[in-house]
Design a protein. Structure first.
Length: 120
């Protein structure tokens, strides 16, 4: 989602899990940032650790695949909220019947046939 876009969802189970107040409404409206903050708050670590983890990062060493050894750096969590629109339902259409011998497949075929016969 882009910054400042709004997501609307039923507030029952997800709203309770994220400690969001629906103010008695069935649905909850949140901006991308509000949704990310609600998820960050739910992470069960102290505020200083959470702020570092989602901010400048926490010092660490990583052993990466095909690396020569441990690499120093920081680990940081980036949270992405993505909206995936429902795919429109595609109507199944039956395969067109093959034209029987002599029947035109297109309305223009009949006209083409008439012109062809006139020119002969």
């Amino acid at each position: 989602m882009e910054k400042h876009e709004v997501v609307c969802f039923k507030g029952d189970s997800l709203g309770r899990e994220l400690n969001l107040n629906s103010n008695g409404f069935v649905e909850i409206n949140l901006t991308d940032l509000e949704f990310k903050l609600a998820i960050r708050r739910k992470l069960n670590v102290s505020d200083p650790i959470r702020n570092k983890l989602f901010g400048e990062g926490i010092e660490c060493h990583a052993l990466k695949y095909k690396a020569d050894g441990w690499e120093s750096g920081k680990i940081r969590v980036k949270l992405t909220v993505e909206f995936c629109p429902d795919e429109p339902e595609v109507e199944e259409t039956s395969a067109p019947n093959t034209a029987e011998a002599g029947e035109p497949e297109s309305p223009l075929d009949e006209i083409r046939q008439m012109i062809k016969e006139e020119n002969q």
